[in-house]
Design a protein around this ligand. Sequence first.
Ligand code: SAM
Length: 216
Amino acid sequence: MCFSCVPSYERFVAPHVVHVGCSLGTFSKMRMQVVPQASGVVAEIGFGSGLNLPYYDMSRIERLIAIDPDEKMLSIARRKLARKQLSAQRLRTELMSVGGECIPLDRASVDTAVVTYAFCTIPEPDRALREIRRVLRPGGRLLFCEHGRSGRPFCRRMQDRLNGVWGHIAGGCNLNRSPQQMIEEAGFAVCNLRRDRFPLHLWPLGDHFAGHAVPK
Ligand SMILES: C[S@@+](CC[C@H](N)C(=O)[O-])C[C@H]1O[C@@H](n2cnc3c(N)ncnc32)[C@H](O)[C@@H]1O
């Protein structure tokens, strides 16, 4: 089935499919390990529906800048921020409806950049990574957790085959990118990398990569 033949699918349905998919417990466990490390001025690129909001330690955060070009995803996040229990986040969170390839922030103005499950979707991840480097202060860090190209040849072949149709269903997500390689090629040193396989029911997502990176 060609999902792009249904004009409203990508606009109205895919954001909810992505939101529900990314709400799975497997992702929450990974978010829990990475997101609470953010501190200072934080820019989250590919903020989506705000699924990381509950994991930020707001006592460590001066300002949270949420960047995502998809208004549908941001509107789900806005509803979350409007809820009472997230009032601390609401006070310090600014939503920017722009792509990560052109971040409207000054050079060296951010202490922590956060990217979770978005390098798979950002159309030009190399440009977004260059922008992240530009806005990070000296000593700043990029925290990430991502899915990507599997270490197993059979799974890799299937990821290549399924990539097109998967992208239509899942809001432009690519199965076969290599997040570690992309981050390193953009001039970062990857630290504390944890690489695991996704559980069996999520096998198309391949391997999971989590850690932090610093500009070299
Ligand atoms: C799979 S979702 C992940 C959302 C969120 N980071 C999470 O962990 O739940 C990928 C997100 O990347 C966003 N995205 C797409 N193109 C982008 C771009 N050029 N710059 C930044 N984010 C983008 C999508 O709108 C979507 O919200």
